[in-house]
Design a binder for this molecule. Structure first.
Ligand code: IMP
Ligand code: MG
Length: 175
């Protein structure tokens, strides 16, 4: 079994786009602080990069859900894993996700967060595959819209592998 990975979005392109997103968010929340929530594990590389580039006070928390198992096709079933460490009521929350695919994961997480009464909630995703949408999701900011291909790198995995690639690549596996 061997995987072939071809670069779709380079490290330089990602870095530049995340800087733009951080600049915009720093402007949007000027004079306030934000509480960034990362959906583990895929969102972790994006969130830390985004947080490093922000010019306002930032706090961080993490939650995990899973919808995929080890295959490249969504099972449609979402399970909640790790919950947040801190309450979010009254805080300006930015939910950070790696990729918006069917929309099931984000719509599920957004509902849970809204019930906890944040002062505001923005949703930011690095990637979006609009062709795959099953559930409508209101996203405030997207890094890159990509075609309907399975991608890895920058936090995204295939069977838990390739998360640490510094770029986004399209994977084709020949088993
Ligand atoms: P959704 O619930 O279908 O929107 O799926 C979102 C989750 O599926 C993401 O958080 C990823 O973990 C995973 N996912 C969707 N597309 C890809 C992909 O192309 N590569 C790796 N993971 C993906
Ligand atoms: Mg994810």
């Amino acid at each position: 079994m061997s995987d072939t990975i071809s670069v779709l979005i380079s490290e330089e392109q990602i870095d530049k786009r995340i800087q733009e997103m951080a600049d915009q968010l720093s402007k949007d929340y000027r004079g306030r602080s934000v509480h960034m929530i990362c959906v583990l594990k895929g969102g972790v590389f994006f969130m830390t990069e985004l947080a490093k580039k922000m010019r306002i006070p930032v706090t961080l928390d993490f939650l995990s859900v899973s919808s995929y198992g080890n295959s490249t096709d969504s099972s449609g079933k979402i399970t909640f894993g790790k919950d947040l460490d801190e309450p979010i009521d009254g805080r300006n929350v930015i939910l950070v996700e790696d990729i918006l695919d069917s929309g099931r994961t984000l719509s599920y997480v957004i509902e849970i967060l809204k019930e906890r009464n944040p002062q505001s909630l923005k949703v930011v995703t690095l990637l979006d595959k609009p062709d795959r949408r099953v559930v409508d999701v209101d996203v405030d900011m997207t890094g890159f819209a990509i075609p309907d291909e399975f991608v890895v790198g920058y936090g995204l995995d295939y069977a838990q592998k390739y998360r640490n690639l510094p770029y986004i690549g399209v994977i084709t596996s020949a088993d």
